[in-house]
Design a binder for this molecule. Sequence first.
Ligand code: SF4
Length: 359
Amino acid sequence: SKINRPIKDDFDDDELVAYAENLENIPEKILLKEDRKKKDIENNPLYKYRHGILSVSDISSQIWCEQQLTYKFLYPFILNDDGEIKRVDDKIHMLRGTSLHLDRELEIQIKVSIECQTREDSYGIRLLNMIQAIHGLLTWNKHDQPYITREMPIFGNMYGGKLYFRGIIDEINYDPRTNQLEVVEFKTRASKTTPKPQQTYTHKIQVNIYRTLLDELIQGQVDKTLYFQRFNLEPTTILSDSILNQYNQCGFTQINTLENAFDLLIKLAFQMPTITTNGAIEYILQSDPTWKNRKEFDRDENNLKELLIKSEGYWLGKREAEGVDIEDAYKCQWCDYKEMCTWREEKSNEFSRKKRRIN
Ligand code: SF4
């Protein structure tokens, strides 16, 4: 292979530019990342690439194409048409989506900068965001109007499984008149065309994962020890003054450690009046965010459980990555790895052999 130039995956921008300037005769579009040197960890994709915790969007990417996800881990940088080194996921429409998410959040919430000195501090802030969202719902006194919160962190291992998740729920709505709780996922679209069924399917799965994680939190089905283990946190470390001040300012005065914060979260979540009733995806047009297309749907728990069992095999290293089936080959058109994809090559050879046999 001519793909022979290692690229670290932790360059900052200046290093990337310096690296790019020093490259001579770049042989291929895709650049090889330096092998990670990991010691004492399980040798499977979950630990090698995700330190034992998956983001909910990892599952969406996996549903789209597992082989592509693996290539993204191995070769996270590409050369774009201008010869610049970019992260594969740094596409303009993706950056636009991130900024629209922030706009939506700022419609109803303010952002505050807080200095964190330890990892425990930064997780203390994540827990505070969850505590505030749930406390806001519990103390909502406008019983003729819905309560809305946006960008609430969430975590957990669904159904007591081996995969541990973290994510951010775009929106939670609670309607006190009907006692209904809804999880909403925002997706931005470049055009008003209806998303392909496969795209809608991955978005629904995402919403269903969030709903399940939220419900398990509300029902107290969250393992405290596992949380601290998976995130590699010391529960009894005293949080920094800047974090404790923030808790105090929000009216939570009894907090000293991350464990206190965790216990408060579980206590408040347990008082939530209901578990999630509805799930929805809201498609927003990138060029005009006032244009929306909303899809509501029911939870399909069996489908989610089956999907998790299949996903687990890949993450735990029990089977190799799979690419797309022949009927989903349209996905390969936009794939940055199509020229090097062994799965695609094998499928196309298989298809040609079948065709020859028929003829
Ligand atoms: Fe997946 Fe197709 Fe890309 Fe291969 S070329 S990684 S099968 S999307």
